[in-house]
Write a protein that binds this ligand. Structure first.
Ligand SMILES: O=C1OCCC/C1=C\Nc1ccccc1
Length: 469
């Protein structure tokens, strides 16, 4: 029977872990491990996505006779030898009704935690299942992805908030200022959904429908993101090189109200803004009951954005907002969806500001940089054992490679304390349970805390009143 990795938890691990039950000291009865970001690109990490993994893979009777048999057969072929812990898995089937005898404690989803703090811990709840804790590492460490997308996205929210603070009347438009264009650039539909949901922790604009589905199915969110009618090159270029005006007119006719985005760089963005939008269709634009969003999609973003704004200004004029910055008429905005990343956002907004343009005038779209240009090393996410019970004796476990002090791991049972606005990880079981912010989210097959997307968003909210740095 073909391996059904899609739902057999016994197959969702690294091969070497299949042999680890034989490698712990005799009479090991507890293995306790933790997950952290050791730091990297961003000083703070938005913790997000563990609930997806727990709900999808760990809750309920995940172990069955058939899955044990399938794994046994596959691993016999894979190793050419019988290393598989059949007895161990049968024990779980018989004594725990196929539910995982494991406890997972974690910081609330959406929490923003400085690196080098413990983010969640995993331990076995049945002394016979000491080997299970780290069997789950492979799957649980994949939380690095939604977490890192949510983090990268939040740092971009802070940049945009800063420029809105400096150049716009208010920050009301912030939730829609960075739109997810990343579905096609993701490695799979599943990862687009997971990463796209990570972006939606911070924003409400997305074209990644898979993300809407993940938020709905795993975070009780009926509709986590929104979009509007928009053109792509094919719906413009199929009208022919000489048909761009007709294509634009068709868009305005089929979408006469609300926001509509029209990509305008198929041939010549300058001509499109100057002569088509700025002259031939000028009154159509001015009279329309809604907002036309012009989308350049090529050229050096800082130059193109400013040049487009200046051409549109020349044709449609501008007003000065309460901060003294220029703002296009309410029926006209632009969206820049090419070359947008954490690294390029500031330079574009800075170039606009230098020419006295408010950040109000622009929305950004980001694809590959938002959902794909990250890896587990971006935030140096790691899972390590820090405590064990061996022959009834508590052992604080750690690694401290002479070849990389940065890889030193924490010792003993850990608590994450929060006081005076600061997180602090206390090691060796010396924490104050009253200050511990961890929540037991999973135990013995049951999800004990089900975060809603609204709760996650509230936990991750940026400090809107923070003076721009
Ligand atoms: O222009 C737009 O205005 C706002 C709505 C979305 C949109 C474009 N979407 C898109 C998606 C995937 C790749 C490229 C663009």
């Amino acid at each position: 029977m073909a391996s059904s990795i899609t739902e057999n938890l016994l197959l969702v691990t690294d091969s070497y872990k299949v042999t680890h039950h034989l490698q712990y000291p005799a009479n090991t009865t507890a293995v306790y491990s933790y997950f952290e970001s050791r730091g990297g690109k961003f000083a703070n990490t938005v913790f997000f996505g563990l609930q997806y993994i727990i709900k999808k893979w760990l809750t309920g009777q995940v172990i069955t006779k058939e899955k044990i048999q399938e794994a046994k057969e596959l691993y016999k072929l894979h190793f050419g030898h019988d290393y598989f812990n059949e007895a161990g898995w049968n024990y779980i089937l018989e004594h725990h009704n196929g539910c995982l005898p494991v406890r997972i404690r974690a910081v609330p989803e959406g929490s923003v935690v400085p690196y080098k703090n413990v983010l969640f811990t995993v331990e076995n709840t049945d002394p016979k299942c000491f080997w299970l804790t780290n069997y789950l590492e492979t799957l649980l460490v994949q939380v690095w992805y939604p977490m890192t997308v949510a983090t990268n996205s939040r740092y971009q929210k802070e940049i945009i908030a800063k420029f809105l603070h400096e150049t716009a009347d208010d920050l009301k438009s912030l939730p829609f200022k960075l739109h997810d264009f990343g579905f096609r650039g993701s490695t799979s539909v599943e990862s687009a959904g997971i990463g796209g949901a990570g972006h939606l922790v911070n924003f409400q604009g997305t074209d990644t429908i898979a993300a809407i589905c993940v938020a709905r199915k795993y975070y009780s969110c009926n509709i986590a993101g929104f979009s509007v009618p928009a053109a792509e090159h094919s719906t413009i270029t199929t009208w022919g090189r000489d048909g761009e005006k007709e294509a634009f007119t068709n868009m305005m006719t089929h979408f006469p109200t609300g926001i509509v985005s029209i990509v305008s760089d198929s041939y010549d963005i300058w001509n499109a803004c100057e002569n088509v939008w700025g002259q031939q269709l000028k009154s159509l634009v001015e009279k329309r009951d809604g907002t036309l969003v012009i989308r350049p999609d090529s050229g050096e973003p800082t130059e193109v954005v400013v040049k487009v704004l200046n051409i549109l200004d020349d044709k449609f004029g501008h007003v000065k907002n309460s901060k003294g910055f220029k703002q296009l008429p309410p029926y006209l905005r632009i969206i820049q969806g090419d070359g947008i990343s954490y690294e390029t956002l500031s330079s574009i907004l800075e170039a606009m500001k230098k020419q006295n343009w408010s950040a109000e005038n622009i929305v950004f779209g980001s694809g590959g940089a938002l959902l794909q240009k990250l890896n587990r090393d971006t935030q140096k996410c790691a899972f390590k054992c820090s405590y064990a019970l061996i022959n009834g004796k508590e052992v604080n476990v750690y690694k401290q490679p002479v070849t990389d002090p940065g890889k030193k791991s924490k010792k003993g049972r850990l608590t994450l304390e929060y006081s005076d606005g600061q997180y602090k990880t206390v090691e060796e079981g010396k924490g104050d349970p009253k200050k511990d912010v961890f929540v037991t989210v999973f135990e013995n097959g049951k999800l004990l805390r089900d975060y809603t997307f609204d709760e996650v968003r509230a936990n991750a909210e940026i400090d809107l009143l923070k003076k721009p740095s």
